[in-house]
Design a protein around this ligand. Structure first.
Ligand code: GLU
Length: 550
């Protein structure tokens, strides 16, 4: 067969050469050891937490080595693509502080552009044409029915399933046969003519897994689909070569494809990058574990953490503890340093899927939030609320001063820093009396079981006469008021002779606290009342009277 003639028949319009591509996309001029890594998602509009994890690791490896981290869009599957998917990826990673050095966005350097696979069709075709000229690629006209028949035969014979060797019928077509089919308009794909030999092994080595021996690829895989668009495998070889990636970091679902990828780099004459296959993030289920699933687990989506209001720093820090379990120790010993100072080690990454632990994420996040000062919290809460909680946003923008006071209220208890809040949506859950509109506030009415209606009404009515909103000495004033109504100001004394009193100062405070906050426990009540103000405090007392004292 005259392979040159075949290549011209299949690709009459492709004039470029691989040599020209080598010049157009020169080797990167970077210091020794600098890693060029990439994040290569499909623009499906959905970002899995595993994607964020991989992006974080890839970026870190590039940055800590003085290399480059770029975004490549794998949009060869047009069916799964959503409008604006690319911007969504860029923006959502930006929110996590993960910015790209290069990619399909304005302002990016363009030496290695285009960064979208759909715009690189000619590049792939140049490479396939070169392979065809070497007799390493051929058109295949097999119909789905023919492929099914091959499969059925292989199942019967109990041999490897696939398109290879003697089963690869299109391998042996003559030029004339091919020309005839092309002229007849038969659709075709272009396949690799695999030089692999059954029984041979290739060695795979990565920093996480060490050495693994795998059977050499013998399959004549598809390089270009019938629309001329490459498969993932072929695009991977071409793109990572010409974008000069030297460290591929990707999910371990690709590990089994390594022998094929090794072969593709070899037949194309490309130097192979290093690989690391990261294990997926798992979820405990029964006694076992499974991958976090897009379909079943809301927490599989990055959007979940954004909606809940986890600060980006918390999510990244938590993911870092999964990536390198020594991160926590490092962090404890280097409190003054930031996550950017930590040196990530690929060899310390977990080999089998790490469990996603929501409790741990919450702990990491509580710790993180406790390190933010009130102004930082304010900015972050407003950013979040602007998108996810309009009431909260309105409160914060209308009265920043009061809002800052509310933050101080849950952040500090005396001069001790509290660690209660893990995510911004906790605010309305835990501190609804500060943050939700008054009519949505729920009262914890168990008090009406302990006290009589008359008792409640008496306390509230007395309290309403003077709400001590400006008092420096709220608690002392409460004691005075209680005493007047027959409540002992001293708890110890009360316990000695409870029959002499209606209750103690604790009862007085509890009743007022429930009326104002709806809860039996809260941070300093006086401060809460100063934040919500006299009118709203009064309105709550009235509502309490109406609902609990009737
Ligand atoms: N688009 C592929 C994926 O999302 C990329 C894999 C890779 O990083 O090479 O799985």
């Amino acid at each position: 067969m005259d392979y040159n003639k075949l290549a011209e028949l299949i690709f009459p319009d492709i004039k470029g050469t691989v040599g020209e591509l080598e010049e157009r996309f020169p080797k990167r001029d970077l210091p020794d050891g600098a890693k060029v890594t990439r994040f290569a998602p499909s623009p499906t509009g959905y970002m899995h937490i595993g994607g964020l994890y991989a992006a974080m690791i890839s970026r870190k490896i590039a940055k800590q080595s003085g290399g480059v981290f770029y975004l490549r869009i794998e949009d060869t599957d047009k069916k799964r693509e959503v409008e604006d998917g690319v911007n969504e990826i860029i923006n959502s990673l930006k929110k996590f502080g993960l910015e790209f050095d290069e990619g399909p966005f304005e302002g990016s350097p363009d030496v290695y552009a285009p960064y979208k696979q759909s715009e690189r069709k000619e590049i792939y075709q140049i490479c396939v044409k070169a392979l065809m000229k070497k007799g390493l690629a051929y058109p295949c006209f097999a119909t789905p029915e023919e492929l099914d028949a091959i499969r059925a035969e292989q199942e019967k014979l109990k041999v490897d399933i696939g398109y290879y060797g003697e089963y690869a019928i299109a391998r042996n077509y003559t030029y004339e046969e091919i020309e005839e089919k092309i002229k007849a308009g038969m659709p075709y794909v272009v396949r690799l003519k695999s030089p692999g030999v059954a029984g041979n092994y290739v060695r795979y080595t990565d920093d996480i897994r060490g050495d693994i021996d795998m059977p050499e690829n013998i399959m004549d895989v598809v390089l270009l689909k019938s629309d001329g668009i490459p498969t993932y495998h072929f695009a991977h070889a071409v793109d990572d070569h010409f974008m000069r990636t030297n460290q591929v970091i990707r999910g371990d679902e690709w590990l089994a494809s390594y022998p094929l990828h090794k072969q593709l780099f070899e037949v194309c004459g490309f130097e192979q990058p290093e690989y690391v296959h990261i294990s997926p993030i798992m979820k405990a289920e029964g006694n076992g574990k499974r991958k976090l699933s897009k379909r079943k687990d809301p927490e599989a989506a990055v959007g979940f953490y954004q909606e809940q209001g986890y600060p980006a720093e918390s999510v990244l820090e938590y993911l870092m503890t999964i990536a390198n379990s020594n991160y926590e120790e490092w962090h404890a010993a280097n409190q003054d340093k930031s996550i950017d100072d930590f040196v990530l080690s690929l060899s310390k990454m977990p080999v089998s899927g790490a469990l996603f632990d929501m409790v741990k994420l919450n702990d990491v996040s509580k710790e993180m939030i406790s390190t933010f000062d009130a102004d930082t919290c304010y900015d972050k809460i407003m950013d979040w609320a602007d998108e996810y909680d309009k009431n909260l946003y309105e409160f914060g923008t209308k009265d920043k001063e009061s809002f800052i006071k509310t933050i101080e209220l849950w952040k500090m208890s005396g001069n001790k820093v509290r660690k209660d809040v893990a995510k911004w949506s906790d605010l309305t859950e835990m501190f609804d009396y500060l943050y939700v509109p008054d009519d949505a506030l729920k009262f914890d009415y168990e008090v009406d079981e302990k006290y009589t209606k008359e008792q409640l009404a008496e306390v509230i009515n007395e309290y309403k006469k003077d709400m001590f909103l400006t008092s420096e000495n709220w608690f002392a004033d409460m004691k005075v008021m209680g005493e007047k109504l027959g409540y002992c100001p001293n708890v110890k004394e009360y316990k000695k002779a409870p029959e002499q009193y209606k209750g103690s100062i604790t009862d007085i405070c509890t009743i007022v606290r429930v009326a104002v906050t709806g809860k039996k426990n809260s941070p300093d009540l006086f401060t809460i009342m100063s934040v919500i103000g006299k009118d709203r405090t009064e309105a709550r007392l009235n509502r309490f009277m109406e609902e609990a004292c009737k």
